[in-house]
Design a binder for this molecule. Structure first.
Ligand SMILES: CC(C)(COP(=O)(O)OP(=O)(O)OC[C@H]1O[C@@H](n2cnc3c(N)ncnc32)[C@H](O)[C@@H]1OP(=O)(O)O)[C@@H](O)C(=O)NCCC(=O)NCCS
Length: 182
């Protein structure tokens, strides 16, 4: 499969590269980020970034992982990741940004582009996402994108070492299309 690159107004979304690992670690390796993710360990080391890269690459070849590295167009800064992962119930979206890039609308912008890719190229009917009860910023991002509540469960969090109450959200193709048209 050729490398997939997507564009949004301020961001380039490109496939992860192993050479990103040091920059990824310099951004992700803090408690306030990994405590909100399912599969990121704490502490987070460069070997963890390389393992994540290998998982993304293998998953992309199988059509089960479409993770993008987010690069800011204005200065080429790597700012985080956003992607879709195929689970039993369909695609789930995940994202994180380095702290210097929070609260500037980048997560919402990147996720909107990834959702357009998921509904358009991957033909998903529905995309799901979840946010831990103590991470309202992520809940707000999903709400802004049109996601609606779809239950809750206890979800494993590797960094915390235990499961965490997780709000589940879902977005249908129709609701996404309506939102884009509005
Ligand atoms: C969650 C995260 C991705 C948000 O990224 P971001 O680029 O700051 O998001 P945006 O700027 O697009 O939108 C954030 C929204 O949350 C709001 N927000 C921020 N902190 C908040 C808080 N503590 N409580 C409620 N809302 C909050 C912002 O005001 C903004 O809403 P607004 O546009 O209506 O003002 C980022 O904080 C992050 O990477 N956190 C750590 C990893 C993580 O949580 N990943 C998601 C796992 S589900």
């Amino acid at each position: 499969m050729p490398p997939l690159r997507l564009d949004s107004e301020r961001l380039l979304l490109r496939p992860p590269q192993e050479a990103d690992s040091p920059a990824i670690v310099s951004l992700i390796a803090e408690w306030d980020i990994v405590k909100n993710l399912s599969r990121a360990p704490y502490p987070y080391r460069e070997e963890d970034a390389r393992e994540a890269f290998a998982r993304h690459q293998e998953g992309r070849a199988r059509g089960t992982d479409f993770t993008f590295t987010l690069v800011r167009k204005s200065d080429g800064a790597l700012i985080g990741k956003c992607g879709l992962h195929l689970q039993q119930s369909g695609f789930e979206m995940g994202y994180w940004l380095g702290r210097p890039y929070w609260k500037q609308g980048y997560a919402t912008e990147a996720a909107a582009r990834v959702l357009a890719f998921g509904f358009g190229e991957l033909k998903a009917d529905r995309i799901r996402a979840g946010w831990f009860h103590d991470n309202p910023a992520s809940g707000r991002v999903l709400k802004k994108l049109g996601f609606v509540p779809d239950g809750a469960d206890q979800h494993d969090c590797l960094a915390r070492g235990h499961s965490v109450y997780c709000n589940l959200m879902t977005l249908s193709r129709e609701d996404f299309a309506r939102r884009c048209a509005a």
